[in-house]
Design a protein around this ligand. Structure first.
Ligand SMILES: Nc1nc2c(c(=O)[nH]1)N[C@H]1C(S)=C(S)[C@@H](COP(=O)(O)O)O[C@H]1N2
Ligand SMILES: [Mo]
Length: 527
């Protein structure tokens, strides 16, 4: 006890009040995040500690958790993640304050650990450059610096006069106002830095680049959609999905921003002649327009991760014939600007007569940024994760033995042709409907085509449904079953048969590893 009397702070100054300590921790966290984000955005799209940690969390999350997030929150899965991160960050910030009521050391150690985590996350992003570490470093300096200053003010402010040393070497207590002013300065500064980071994220530039691309006129326009291509007036989807309603699935927390004038695609690896294309070179080629139905392997039975658009682009078969694919190259590994990778069977791209494309337009306009502007890949008949690379910048001919793409490393199948499937859209689940409401919906088996759709009511006999006019074997086809149903509760089930003669079975499979199977069913009540 005696020796301790001579020691400084812990005895001489009382601990900081809990609410003040919590606020000091929270503000320091905010300062670090905001400055890190600002510096990060200036360096590269993946350097921001906040986004780097969030993206790494997405990459590291087990497949079942991603499935859960996608099926629970749907297209709001990213918002859910951002909100979750904000809550965790706030809790950690408050904790940093609360464990440091006497000494700043525990809080500083916590910020050090966070800085380390952010550095590892930023440094290991697939597209990371060596300057990317400056962002977490800035974050660490900002949070630790703010913490030291505010903590000191906090201790001096809350110190009771009786605790204060007669020792003149220690500063006199400061008025509460000093702490409040400093806190306000930190809060405003963090807000400005974060907002500045968002402003500098180049969103405007890329939208301007997209506007400048203007209308894309295909060399070979698609034929007009025939009449009777859907039963939308009876509740099926419209044949073409408007761009704003087109489903979106990707691992990106924020949409990659790439200007058309900055875009390059390098085609290399097991090829005879390497080729690098600019946007201008690509668009000066023969542009084909085709209707294509795209869907995600994560689509559950009855799910809505399926849409159809007219896409315009250049046939990959032509480009690959030019570069000369070498024997033995069985995989085309495509990479997007953020480092996401996708492995497609090389034959699916190089087959003469195949419809795999480098796509630049969707429903007559330049690709929307969230759908891959300026260029993406589309391969009719394959699930998106093995074929539909958005913001594509690299195409390497290689082997499946040599390279494993993003989702393959996470337990999904190497080959993933789209399975024959069908979905009832109307009546909706548990709807109350009139007695002669038709059962309508959609069936798909891209590249094979749909030959028959059957519906059964209350587990009765399968009844062939009317099919919409076929637009292409690569697109979905609508069905409609008219009838008169008795009052009361009913269940409708659907199954499709493709033109290869395969009929969907009742066998249930979950989306992992290569797509769901089973019949979609809907319960409804006739009033
Ligand atoms: N760069 C990039 N491209 C990507 C993905 C991605 O995460 N990153 N996801 C793929 C998956 S899983 C699907 S289903 C389709 C979805 O395309 P859409 O969002 O345009 O509908 O994009 C594919 N292309
Ligand atoms: Mo997907």
């Amino acid at each position: 006890m005696r020796e301790r009397a001579g020691m400084t702070s812990t005895r001489l100054v009382s601990s900081i009040a809990a609410p003040v300590a919590a606020t000091v921790g929270l503000l320091s966290m905010a300062a670090g995040l905001a400055l890190g984000h600002l510096v990060g955005v200036l360096i590269s799209p993946t350097a921001s500690p906040f986004l780097a940690v969030g993206s790494s969390a997405i990459d590291l999350a087990p497949a079942w958790l991603k499935e859960f997030a996608v099926s629970t929150f749907g297209s709001y899965d990213k918002i859910a993640l951002l909100v979750g991160m904000a809550v965790v960050i706030a809790v950690v910030g408050v904790t940093a304050g609360l464990i440091s009521r006497r000494s700043a050391v525990p809080g500083l150690m916590l910020f050090g650990v966070l800085g380390l985590i952010a550095s590892v996350a930023a440094g290991t992003r697939p597209a990371a450059g060596s300057f990317d570490l400056l962002a977490p470093l800035a974050a660490l300096i900002a949070s630790a610096g703010t913490f030291v200053v505010l903590h000191r003010l906090g201790r001096l402010t809350t110190a009771k006069s009786g605790d204060h040393p007669t020792d003149a070497s220690l500063p006199a207590p400061v008025p509460r106002r000093a702490l409040l002013t400093s806190s306000a300065v930190v809060a405003v500064g963090a807000g400005l830095a974060a907002a500045g980071g968002q402003l500098l994220a180049r969103r405007g530039e890329v939208e301007a680049s997209r506007q400048a691309v203007g209308r894309i006129v295909p060399t070979a326009p698609a034929t007009q959609i025939p009449r009777g291509a859907d039963f939308a007036s009876d509740g099926s989807p419209t044949f073409i999905t408007p761009n704003r309603d087109f489903y979106r699935v990707d691992v990106n927390l924020t949409v990659p921003q790439l200007r058309a004038e900055d875009w390059r695609l390098r085609i290399h690896g097991m090829v005879d002649r390497e080729l690098t294309l600019s946007f201008r070179e690509l668009t000066s080629r023969m542009l084909i327009e085709l209707p294509v139905t795209m869907t995600c392997v994560s689509n559950e039975i009855g799910g809505h991760y399926i849409s159809t658009a007219y896409v315009t682009g250049v046939l990959l078969a032509d480009i690959l014939a030019e570069v000369g694919v070498q024997r033995g190259a069985d995989q085309a590994l495509s990479t997007s600007v953020d480092g996401w990778t996708c492995g497609t069977p090389a034959a699916a791209l190089s087959d003469p007569g195949g419809k795999a494309m480098l796509v630049i337009a969707m429903n007559g306009e330049p690709l929307p940024v969230e759908h891959g502007f300026p260029v993406r890949m589309v391969v009719p008949g394959l699930y998106g994760y093995v074929s539909a690379t958005k913001w594509i910048t690299d195409l390497e001919l290689t082997t499946f033995a040599a390279r494993q793409a993003y989702w393959l490393q996470r337990g999904w199948a190497q080959r993933a042709p789209i399975k024959t499937m069908s979905r009832i859209d109307s009546p909706g689940a548990f709807a109350r409907v009139g007695p002669d409401t038709p059962v309508t919906g959609v069936a798909w088996a891209p590249t094979r085509g749909i030959s028959q759709v059957e519906v059964r009511i209350d587990h009765g006999a399968w009844q062939p449904a009317e099919l919409s006019t076929e637009v292409s074997v690569d697109t979905w086809r609508m069905f409609r079953l008219r009838g008169r149903w008795a009052p009361g509760a009913h269940v409708a089930e659907v199954r499709a048969t493709d033109k290869k003669g395969y009929t969907q079975t009742a066998d249930l499979a979950s989306p992992i590893p290569d797509g769901a199977t089973g019949w979609h069913s809907v319960q409804f009540t006739v009033q």
